[in-house]
Write a protein of this length. Structure first.
Length: 320
């Protein structure tokens, strides 16, 4: 199942700062908060040089000229664009322009940095490069950052905490590891990363799949008998060629990608599942080959039939 994207769906990524940026105390006193903003379309001034773009906020604040030069130089160097200081924006690539926008937002030493899908206009290679730059820069300067994106991999790579939203309602807030490994509901499981949703039945701590294949999961010992929906990520299946215990299936597609091989397997019950395995030396499975599927029971997630509750999550997860 592919990750979903839609107008009402998104990710808020939180990158923690040094702790000086505390929320208002509730005293009723109005507080001024300095905010830096990085936009999706960069929003840099086309009529100003790179240096003047970065210095713009400092000049607006009427900072001393010597201090403006010092701080502008600092962030031009931090973003590795000092060599372009006297160029105009139209002479630079998209990645370089995004570095200007980030330097301009950071040079004013904001209390909070807001980033609205800042990498969506870049090509795939530049996105990977720039997310490393953003993560490194944020950690270097220690500014609390809120980052909006639809790219799940991007969110996982740069964040300390993620909020997954649907139709304006937060579905799950947690660390990247928590959200990927123990999503709160089926929506979060299918939105973050790739997964297969398979029907099963739970009774006395045992989850039973098609063909009678079953596994005991300690976390389900106290769960009532019920039909469930199980989220099994592609890497959480085990493909077996021999034996009789497992979900029966037939290989429909094989895609060799070097490190890993991706398989599409149709089960005898009519489900189609995506599986990723580390590539082996020699030939892999072939289309039409019969296989048995088992699961890595310690990794899968089990949800109520309506998909709203993860039966595997414990109190320890909720306290994160």
């Amino acid at each position: 199942m592919k990750p979903q994207t839609a107008a009402g769906v998104g990710l808020l990524v939180y990158l923690s700062g040094p702790g000086k940026n505390k929320p208002p105390t509730g005293s009723g006193r109005r507080e001024r908060i300095s905010i830096g903003m990085v936009f999706q379309n960069y929003a840099i001034f086309p009529n100003l040089s790179v240096r003047d773009n970065v210095a713009f906020g400092l000049k607006n604040r009427k900072v001393d000229k010597a201090e403006i030069k010092k701080r502008t130089d600092e962030f031009l160097n931090l973003m590795q664009i000092m060599q372009y200081a006297d160029r105009m924006p139209n002479q630079l690539s998209g990645g370089q322009q995004q570095r200007i926008a980030l330097a301009r937002a950071l040079v004013i030493s904001p209390d909070v940095l807001l980033m609205d899908e800042p990498l969506s206009n870049l090509d795939a290679k530049l996105r990977v490069e720039m997310r490393s730059v953003i993560r490194h820069t944020q950690k270097s300067v220690g500014i609390t950052t809120v980052y909006v994106t639809h790219d799940q991999e991007e969110a996982m790579a740069i964040s300390d905490r993620i909020a997954v939203m649907k139709d304006g309602v937060i579905q799950h807030v947690g660390t990247p590891r928590d959200i990927y490994q123990r999503p709160k509901n089926v929506f979060v499981a299918t939105f973050i990363g790739r997964t297969n949703i398979v029907n099963a039945h739970v009774k006395d701590g045992i989850i039973t799949f098609a063909d009678g294949y079953h596994e005991h999961i300690d976390a389900l010992d106290k769960a009532a008998e019920q039909d469930v929906r199980c989220s099994i990520r592609p890497e959480e299946f085990i493909i077996c060629k021999d034996g009789t215990d497992g979900i029966h299936g037939t290989v429909q597609e094989c895609t060799y990608l070097g490190l890993n091989t991706h398989y599409t397997i149709d089960t005898d019950q009519g489900d189609s599942v995506e599986i990723v395995e580390e590539s082996s030396i020699g030939e892999g499975l072939k289309k039409g080959e019969k296989v048995l599927l088992k699961v890595k029971k310690e990794k899968i997630n089990v949800f109520t039939k309506d998909g709203g509750t993860n039966l595997i999550r414990s109190d320890a997860y909720e306290k994160q």
